[in-house]
Design a protein around this ligand. Structure first.
Ligand SMILES: O=C(O)CCC(=O)C(=O)O
Ligand SMILES: [Fe+2]
Length: 510
């Protein structure tokens, strides 16, 4: 049903999208600086893939030979090889731009039909016009030699990077896309094949480039994380500002923003999670840090090993189980983070590493000063913190009422303190249940000696994470001392209309 709705929507906007994304040689030539800019009314926007390639080329070559020069040179050489006269080029350009006129106009024919209606040039006329417009072969040789001698050569690694560049599809694959609107103000979109076309390539690149730099987030969860964005306090750990976007991740971010039909913001941050072993996991939680604002949109794109992404209501009833297929997208928007929690439980086995890119918009200025245990306004979470019912259970034994089973989060001081820094409605809502005793049912998390050892030194091994001395002091404080403090007042919650899956038309390109 939901899938039908999604594909029906997709059908609605198909003609304009196809029109928009049809390869357009004229525009390509324009981008290469080979022809003057066309009239805005007749020029079609570039294919999305070309824009992305252009954007990333610009980024990549910004400090060495101008990309435009190299491209121009490449085009010259092509023309040399093909003996393509300027006049014939201009003719081709005109035909292609006609192809891209608005549907309904007489010129809006598929390129083969348009070509069929054009009188084919006779051999004689082609020769004549070519002879008139094309430079002599001596001139061409001279110009190529001039350019070759004046252009700086790009470093070898730059060429390699370009060759291995991942070419994204013009549009996402929305096959079997589902949208669920929960409680009339929370939207979940699951697109299992969203970027499946390039999933293997992305996986290889991220494993090679980023996994070595990722650090273990919390000992009990094992998974490793890598952060890009402004500084962000995530489950009590400060992730330091890193504005150095990995090219492929930035491309995916831009793809979600420019080339999909979803009304998403332009994300400025991403938490990359690496689940390297079956026991790696993220327990039940909501992404509701102050920095995310009131109704954050979180987009998760998965690569590599398949796991289960689960959502549940705050009363414990599981609402969704999505397999995180390689290239799949899960979008949570509206009031999802207020109404629902999500987790990726440990698995029995997995094939390779699972990588999730969780895109968000973070605004450091929204961060409230967090009360620490020696502050009178401090409120102690009674369910073990933001990742409260953290039982380390495997995916097949977490049917939905995990928090009724007594097992609460980690009882290591550092983690207790870390979790205490997030003040969650759900945490308060479950007071009095469970307690803090360790109640793990398997999962290799904190139960293992190795994890306990790393807990003792944590976060010393986590290069990008930092705990302040105030946090460390708070961590050493006995937990019971602060249990009776009153909770701060709740923030008011407005009723918000849902975000719907819809065509948003052409987005701005920057
Ligand atoms: O890995 C995932 O799919 C979920 C990660 C997540 O929930 C988070 O980073 O907040
Ligand atoms: Fe999350």
């Amino acid at each position: 049903m939901a899938a039908n709705r999604a594909s029906a929507k997709k059908m609605d906007c198909r003609p304009s999208l196809e029109h928009r994304y049809r390869p357009n040689e004229a525009y390509g030539r324009q981008l290469l600086g080979l022809t003057p800019t066309a009239e805005p009314s007749t020029a079609s926007p570039p294919p999305a893939g070309l824009m992305r390639a252009r954007r990333s080329l610009e980024g990549r070559h910004s400090i060495s030979p101008p990309a435009g020069e190299l491209l121009r040179n490449a085009e010259e050489i092509l023309r040399e090889n093909e003996q393509l006269p300027e006049a014939a080029g201009a003719e081709a350009e005109q035909r292609m731009s006609l192809d891209c006129d608005e549907p309904g106009q007489t010129s809006a024919l598929p390129s083969n039909e348009a070509a069929a209606t054009t009188e084919p040039p006779t051999a004689e006329s082609s020769e004549l016009s070519a002879a008139a417009a094309a430079p002599t072969s001596e001139e061409r040789q001279q110009s190529a030699a001039d350019q070759a001698s004046t252009l700086p050569k790009p470093p070898a690694e730059q060429l390699d990077a370009d060759i291995s560049q991942i070419i994204f599809p013009d549009e996402p694959d929305l096959t079997d896309c589902q949208q669920t609107i929960y409680a009339s103000d929370s939207t979940i979109i699951y697109a299992p094949k969203f970027l499946s076309e390039v999933a293997d390539q992305v996986y290889e690149r991220l494993i090679t480039d980023l996994l070595p730099q990722a650090f273990q987030h919390r000992p009990s969860e094992q998974r490793r994380v890598y952060w890009i964005g402004p500084s962000y306090t995530y489950s009590g750990v400060e992730l330091k500002e890193n504005l150095n976007w990995h090219q492929v991740i930035e491309d995916i971010r831009d793809f979600i923003y420019h080339d999909t039909q979803f009304d998403v913001p332009k994300f400025n941050s991403v938490l990359v999670n690496f689940y390297t072993e079956p026991g790696d996991r993220i327990p039940w939680h909501s992404d509701d840090e102050d920095e995310l604002g009131d109704r954050p949109t979180i987009a998760t794109v998965s690569f590599g090993a398949e796991r289960l992404f689960m959502l549940r209501r705050r009363d414990g009833n599981v609402t969704h189980r999505f397999p995180t297929l390689p290239g799949s997208l899960i979008l949570m928007a509206g009031n999802c983070q207020k109404r629902l929690q999500h987790q990726v439980p440990a698995a029995h086995s997995q094939n390779g590493v699972r990588i999730s890119l969780t895109f968000r918009v973070t605004k450091p200025e929204l961060r409230r000063k967090r009360a620490l245990p020696d502050d009178p306004t401090y409120s102690q979470p009674l369910n073990g913190g933001p990742f409260g019912d953290d039982q380390g259970g495997r995916d097949d034994d977490q049917g939905g009422h995990d928090d009724d089973q007594g097992g609460r989060g980690d009882d290591r001081p550092q983690e207790r303190q870390a979790t205490a820094t997030r003040d969650r409605e759900g945490d308060r809502g479950r007071r009095g249940r469970g307690g803090h005793q360790r109640g793990r049912r398997g999962g290799r998390g904190a139960a293992s000696g190795a994890a306990a050892a790393s807990a003792a030194s944590w976060p010393a091994g986590a290069a990008a994470a930092s705990a302040t001395s105030a946090q460390a002091a708070a961590a050493a404080r006995p937990y019971a001392q602060v249990a009776a403090r009153p909770a701060p007042p709740r923030r008011p919650q407005a009723a918000i209309p849902p975000i719907v899956l819809r065509c948003t038309g052409t987005r701005p390109t920057s």
